[in-house]
Design a binder for this molecule. Structure first.
Ligand code: PHB
Length: 396
């Protein structure tokens, strides 16, 4: 559609949506489905936001010009991974822009702020393509909020066992001080301790600081058997490089959830990442037909290698397609869209087949991985069909 007509159609749809939210406007042309996107495009998580957006748009482009007869329209905002800015951005997308579907965010603190704005509302359909805040699919769970990614607990719990199975008895956890960091460190530590290990210290660095020197000196002085860490994006590049530069790499093995050595940061980490073991729900080396198709398609579209955030964006696109197809494009049929997503099996995902839990979080396999020759080599399945405990979720 030419830009001007597209703009006019969008304006008409917005104006009408305020009163009776039709899926066709007066000219008989299907109105676009309005998809609000709130992701970071600046700061330490910028590359995550870009990858998610590119994965999402790749999947929707593969679906064609329209989905279930309706064109799609994107209203995109930079979250800056800043929780204080999240309520206003969310209200802008939901109230002013009247989006049908809300995609975001990356940062757990932003997710919690967005969920508060949506509390008690039946619209829009929200799909979280990254932020792992456990509460979102536990005691804060809601019928219209889904996650295409993971809970923080899910990604880090398996890593506690990987560390214990490697024979380590003591560990230090180091991460950023905010909801996600705390939940990752706690999940890995709990599992490690349940298997007889001892966590001698949890070190919290203010988000998004990357001044690690003093903390690395402290780790060197305390000499734990192993270190668990959660850092991501720009912070993951810096931490892994600093850890090696401090001479710790060959003295105290470094572990993490897979964000630490995500395929998007591995090239910049170079040799500093060699030997790091992580747990994650995807790896570039995962051999399944959807992944074999996805990786070159993503690289062709973006000029960059695929990474886990791109996969989560891609699967968010699949969820949107499934939801819209289930209701023939009628975005007013929220209950039916919800039912379709709850029942769906995602067999065409680059991460392998996954299902949606009753609490609206993926039930998926996690892999133990080790960086060798600049890639994440899969050592085995660290947790098969892992479901978040969903503690306190009333949907369960
Ligand atoms: C989060 O804040 O939930 C978060 C951010 C980046 C990641 C994973 C989780 O890589």
């Amino acid at each position: 559609m030419p830009t001007r007509r597209r703009f006019l159609a969008a304006t008409a749809a917005t104006a009408a949506a305020a009163t009776f939210a039709p899926t066709r406007h007066v000219t008989g042309q299907p109105a676009p489905v309005r998809i609000g996107i709130l992701l970071p495009y600046t700061g330490t998580y910028a590359s995550l936001g870009e990858s998610i957006t590119d994965g999402l748009k790749l999947r929707l482009a593969e679906a064609g010009e329209t989905v279930a007869g309706r064109p799609l329209e994107f209203i995109q905002l930079d979250s800056e991974a800043a929780p204080p800015k999240a309520p206003q951005n969310t209200r802008r997308l939901v109230q002013r822009e009247q989006v049908d579907i809300l995609v975001g965010p990356v940062h757990s603190g932003v997710a919690l702020a967005m969920a508060k704005v949506l509390q008690g509302q039946t619209r829009p359909l929200m799909i979280i393509p990254n932020a792992g805040a456990n509460q979102i699919t536990r005691d804060w769970c809601a019928p219209n909020i889904f996650r295409s990614s993971f809970s923080n607990w899910q990604t880090s719990w398996p890593c506690g066992k990987i560390i214990a199975d490697d024979g380590h008895k003591t560990m230090i956890a180091i991460t950023w001080k905010y909801a996600a960091g705390e939940q990752h460190a706690t999940a890995a530590s709990d599992h490690f301790e349940s298997l007889g290990g001892r966590v001698v210290e949890q070190i919290y660095v203010p988000f998004p600081d990357v001044e690690f020197q003093a903390h690395l000196s402290e780790i060197a002085a305390r000499e734990p058997d192993a270190v668990f860490s959660f850092f991501s994006g720009g912070g993951a590049v810096k931490f892994v490089r600093d850890y090696a530069a401090a001479g710790l790499k060959d003295r105290i093995p470094l572990y993490g959830n897979g964000f630490l050595t995500d395929e998007g940061v591995l090239p910049a980490q170079g040799d500093a990442a060699a030997g790091i073991r992580t747990s994650m729900h995807w790896a570039a080396t995962l051999d399944n037909p959807a992944n074999v198709r996805f990786k070159p398609a993503f690289s062709k579209a973006t000029g960059r290698p695929a990474n886990v955030f791109a996969v989560q964006g891609y699967d968010t696109g699949t969820m949107i397609v499934r939801a819209l197809e289930a209701v023939d494009g009628d975005t007013d049929a929220m209950d039916d869209m919800i039912r379709a997503l709850e029942a769906a099996e995602f067999a065409d995902s680059p991460r392998g087949t996954w299902r949606m839990s009753a609490a609206h979080n993926p039930i998926q396999d996690f892999y133990a991985r080790e960086v060798r020759g600049g890639e994440n080599v899969i050592l085995g399945v660290s947790a098969a069909a892992l479901n978040d405990p969903a503690t306190g979720c009333t949907l369960v």
